[in-house]
Structure formats: structure tokens, C-alpha cells
Design a protein around this ligand. Structure first.
Ligand SMILES: Nc1nc2c(ncn2[C@@H]2O[C@H](COP(=O)(O)OP(=O)(O)OP(=O)(O)O)[C@@H](O)[C@H]2O)c(=O)[nH]1
Ligand SMILES: [Mg+2]
Length: 281
């Protein structure tokens, strides 16, 4: 979002100047007092309503389909991808165990585990507790059967993938092939909000659809609880430019998952008016 920064010594004066530059209806997104070498100053971040509306539109993801299962019986498939430790498994659990998340639909979980190191226990435990169907696929050939078993009872399948080390090209290719095999309808790139912006862009490049393979269609920021409110997380999401439906803001499953746009625009002090019902439960 092209918000403009205005600085001065007096908050009222700086806000007034912002309005004289951007128009009377300019929104003051942030006001902050700085103390620079003993000198007090204030900084105001302001934007026009049109700019704010554009930013929202850029972040907004399409709503989930009203009916998850397709005419041919195929469930709706949402995959979570991203670097090691970004919060993919935790987020998959948050999404799966919350009954209001996919109204009227039965969720299922699929873990694809390229390393065979038993990375699935964490998710299996959540699946067990919430009585959610759960499958593991170790390679591409196992995917269709696992998907078919899930499709017998599930309308939405959440696919958890292992954190991917970019070091090995062969591994990357194998990982890509596995992701293709689940034929995802949405691929959420899970990145911690604590990530430096340049690294976030690096990961966006790495996980882009490429060479006929599918890739990230959405951004999903986690660990919002670990960064200060005004830390530029929303700017990061806007710069990435992928639609974002959910954000994670804590370790608690499933409470710490929020609707992205109200939560992110909230960091600018823009009121939340579209919070879905499940957030308040
Ligand atoms: N503070 C905070 N911690 C989180 C959040 N989401 C996940 N975590 C924590 O981050 C750590 C890693 O989470 P995982 O879900 O295992 O991450 P992952 O992406 O599945 O990791 P790999 O499978 O190893 O790539 C765990 O300790 C989680 O509890 C969040 O929104 N906030
Ligand atoms: Mg994991």
C-alpha cells in the first residue's frame, strides 16, 4: 500500500499536514512518537481511502467454494507449503479441527513425508483427538490411493508438506512432483511474520508455480504474535502480492488462527468489519 509518512513535532499538526496533502478524507493509519537523541518527534502514516480499499482488494482471497466436493466426487484440496518450521503442521491442525472452518464439510488430513523420518506424529495426534481421517504418503505412487481413501468420507483435504531444503535439486523436483500429485486447488505458502522481507521474497520465488509444476497460490503468515503490531507485516503481505485468507497468531490449536484481512488491516488501526463467525468462537 502506498501509505505516506509525515513527521514533525506535534501530532495534530502532522495529521493536518497529511490531510492537506492526501485530502480531507485521508486515513491516519499510525501515529508514533519517536525520541531521537533527546529530540521528540512524531510520525504519522496516512493513506487515502482509495489506497486502503486497493490494499484490501490485493490481500483478499476468493471465498471458499459453497460446495467443497466437485461433481466428479473429488474433494477440495488445500496444501500448505513453506520453509522448515514456518508453522505448516500447526496450521493444518488448526484448520482441520475447527468444525466451523469448512461449513457442512468433513475435513481430512494428508501428510506427505519425503524424508520417512516420521514427521507425521504431530498431525496424527491432532487427527486422532478430533477424529479426523488421516493418511500419510511417502511418495508420488502412494498419493492416489491415500487421496481415494480420504475421498470416501472427506469433502476437504488439508495437505501438510515437509519443510523443504533448497539445497538439493533432485529433492526439490521430487517434492514438486509430490505436490502435483495431490492436485491442489489452493497452495498456501506458510511464512513466519518474523521473516526478513528479502527472505520472504526469496521464498515466494522458490515456491512459485514453475516448469509445469503447481506452486503457491496464497500467502499464509504465521507467528504474528511474535512481532510488534507496527512491524510492517501488512506491508510484507502486500509486497508478496498473493491473496491471503488466514494468518496464525500463536501456538494454540485451533484458537490462534485468524481471518487475514481484518487482522492485517487491523495493524493499521483500520476497523474490522468482516470478521467471520469462526474467529470469535
Ligand atoms: N508463536 C507462534 N508459534 C507458532 C505459530 N505457528 C506455529 N508455531 C510454532 O512453530 C513451531 C514449528 O511449527 P510446525 O507447525 O511444526 O512447523 P512446520 O512448518 O510444520 O515445520 P516442518 O514440518 O519442520 O517444516 C512449533 O513450535 C509451533 O508451535 C504461531 O502462529 N505463533
Ligand atoms: Mg511440519
Amino acid at each position: 500500500m502506498r501509505a505516506e509518512r509525515f513527521t514533525g513535532t506535534d501530532l495534530a499538526q502532522v495529521s493536518e499536514r497529511a490531510r492537506s496533502v492526501l485530502g480531507e478524507d485521508a486515513l491516519i493509519l499510525h501515529g508514533r512518537a519517536n525520541r531521537d537523541g533527546g529530540l521528540a518527534s512524531v510520525e504519522v502514516l496516512a493513506a487515502t481511502p482509495v489506497t486502503v480499499a486497493r490494499a484490501r482488494a490485493r490481500l483478499d482471497a476468493l471465498p471458499l467454494p459453497p460446495v467443497f466436493r466437485r461433481d466428479d466426487g473429488r474433494p477440495y484440496v488445500i496444501a500448505l507449503v513453506g520453509p522448515t518450521g514456518s508453522g505448516k503442521t500447526t496450521t493444518a491442525a488448526k484448520l482441520a479441527v475447527r468444525p466451523e472452518m469448512f461449513p457442512g464439510a468433513q475435513p481430512g488430513l494428508l501428510t506427505i513425508d519425503t524424508y520417512r523420518v516420521g514427521g507425521m506424529e504431530q498431525l496424527a495426534t491432532y487427527a486422532d483427538l478430533a477424529a479426523i481421517p488421516f493418511e500419510v504418503a511417502y511418495d508420488q505412487r502412494e498419493v492416489p490411493a491415500a487421496m481415494q481413501r480420504l475421498a470416501a468420507t472427506c469433502d476437504v483435504i488439508l495437505v501438510d508438506t515437509p519443510g523443504r531444503s533448497p539445497a538439493s535439486a533432485a529433492l526439490t523436483e521430487r517434492w514438486r512432483t509430490l505436490l502435483d500429485a495431490v492436485r491442489p486447488d489452493e497452495v498456501h505458502l506458510v511464512l513466519p511474520a518474523t521473516l526478513r522481507h528479502d527472505l520472504a521474497h526469496h521464498f515466494v520465488e522458490q515456491y512459485r508455480p514453475a516448469r509445469g509444476h503447481c506452486g503457491a497460490s496464497h500467502l499464509l503468515l504465521t507467528k504474528l504474535d511474535e512481532v510488534p503490531e507496527a512491524s510492517g507485516v501488512t506491508e510484507l503481505a502486500l509486497a508478496v502480492g498473493l491473496p491471503t485468507r488466514w494468518v496464525g497468531d500463536g501456538q494454540e490449536v485451533p484458537a490462534d488462527l485468524k481471518a487475514a484481512v481484518p487482522r492485517l488491516m487491523g495493524t493499521f488501526g483500520i476497523p474490522v468489519d468482516t470478521e467471520p463467525g469462526w474467529v470469535r468462537k
